[in-house]
Structures are given as C-alpha cells and as structure tokens.
Design a protein. Structure first.
Length: 281
C-alpha cells in the first residue's frame, strides 16, 4: 500500500500537478492548499492533492458500487482527449465539447434531443437521406452532427448521475451550479485561481497540464472500475439471496396459524396474546 502511495506521489510530481497559477491571479480561498510561492508562482501542497484524490477515489468507488454512474466534465482543450479515452474505457459519461444549459436541470429535454439523434441516424442508415432534397439533406446532416458533437458522450445517460467530476471549476461553473441545485455531489481538479467552496471534494492541482489531468483522471477511473466490480458482486449476492428465499417453503401467516389452532385447547390455561387481545376487543 505504501509503495502504491509513493508511486502515486511520484507520478503527480512528475506531471507537475503542484505548479499553480501566478500568485497575482490566485483565489484567497485556496490559501489552505498552497505550500509556497516561487518566482511569482504558487506551489500547491502535494499532501493536500493526495488527500483530496484519495477521498475522491473512495467516494466514487462507493457511488458506482451502489449502482450509480459518474459524469466527467472537461471542455478545455487539455482535457478533451483524456476524458474521451478514459471515461469511455470505464463506461462512464462525459461532456467534452460544450456544457448545454439545463443538461441536468432540464434532463427531459436533453433526452428528447438524443431521441431526435436516434431518428436521424435511423434515416441515414435506412436510405442515407436519399428520399430528401439536397437542401433538406444538408440541414438534417448539420443537425445530426451538432447533436452528436454536443451530446454523444451522454447518450447512454438515462438517469441523473450519482456524481460529477469536473476539470477547472471556473470554466465549468454552469455544470457545477446545476449539480448543486439537484444535490449531485461534485469532485473537481481545481487550480489556485479557483473557488474550492463550490465543490464537495476539491483536488487541488494544476488543471492546465495534460499530464496532471491524465494522472488524476486515471486514478479516478481506477476507482470507478473497482466500484463496477463491487456493483457486480452486489448484484450476484442479491440474486443469490432472492434465489434462496424463493427456495424456502412459504411461511404461514400468523392469522392462519391462529385460525388453525383455535380448535385446540389452550395450553396451561393461557391464551396466546393476540387471541386474548382479540377476545377483549
């Protein structure tokens, strides 16, 4: 376990996750996560980074094991490809192009747009828009491309996620506000210019470096993979329990038991409590 922690710390340092923003652009609320200032740059306390990352991993494992999904949000250039690859590998949702207002708070409308995407893809597969005019075909293809670009990462999200993982709170504030409004827990990789109070689990670190983003998302996805294994075990245990209950002989209700025993003499001259209560009534 210690070797694993040491390897994680080494990976984080090599990725430059401890390099914050210029000290002139800092958010004072991040002061508790700052170790020092060098050459006008804030240095993030790596211990606080590891603490936040481990807390986030434990939380995500539990969330996923309980049967809920996670949605990753990172629309900045440095995060897009990383989220696309790693979130897809663990079967989780991601938003990497643009956060559409109401994606959580107006979830029903988003599902309607995804249904429209399915309709357009069905038309394309059926006759490749051959039954439409050139002008209409062009419009439909543009519509399909736009919906796919913005919503393809959440097309399998048929219910609200159990947690939101965000890269750069300043950039993704709309997503964070919607999650907070609905009570969805939020986790964020947050630089020294961000506000840690707007998320539930802050992971202080450089959110501009592709390497630091990759290390954090890699670790969180490992936790999600562990949670999915736990989810499978929970389902198997539940099915086994249901099977055992199904094999048990059906218990007679207490009412039926008392009815059947009503003709028997009362032992030791005393009645059962429910029968006595019924007599008094």
């Amino acid at each position: 376990m210690a070797d694993t922690d040491n390897t994680l710390v080494k990976d984080l340092i090599e990725a430059g996750i401890h390099f914050g923003q210029r000290s002139s652009a800092w958010n004072p609320k991040m002061n508790r996560y700052i170790y020092d200032r060098r050459n006008g740059i804030h240095i993030i306390d790596i211990k606080e980074t590891v603490k936040g990352l481990l807390l986030a991993k434990r939380f995500l494992t539990k969330v996923v094991a309980d049967g809920k999904d996670v949605c990753f949000v990172g629309t900045k250039r440095q995060a897009k490809d990383i989220l696309e690859e790693r979130a897809k590998d663990v079967g989780m949702h991601r938003v990497t192009e643009r956060w559409l207002g109401g994606m959580l708070t107006n979830f029903r409308t988003i599902r309607t747009r995804l249904k429209r995407l399915e309709e357009l893809e069905a038309i394309e597969q059926d006759d490749n828009f051959a039954s439409y005019s050139k002008k209409m075909e062009s419009q439909l293809r543009r519509e399909m491309t736009k919906i796919r670009r913005n919503l393809d990462g959440v097309r399998a999200m048929d219910k609200l996620p159990g947690a939101l993982v965000v890269i750069d709170v300043k950039r993704e504030m709309t997503a964070i506000r919607e999650a907070r409004k609905l009570g969805i827990p939020t986790i964020a990789l947050i630089d020294t210019d961000g506000d840690p109070d707007v998320v539930d689990i802050p992971i202080p670190g450089n959110d501009d470096s592709m390497r630091s983003i990759d290390v954090v998302i890699r670790e969180l996805c490992k936790a999600i993979a562990d949670g999915k294994q736990g989810r499978s075990l929970n389902v198997a245990a539940s099915q086994s329990s249901d099977g055992e209950e199904a094999g048990q002989p059906r218990r007679r209700s207490r009412r039926a038991q008392y009815s059947a025993d009503a003709t028997n003499p009362v032992r030791d001259g005393q009645a059962d409590e429910p029968a006595a209560a019924a007599t008094e009534n």
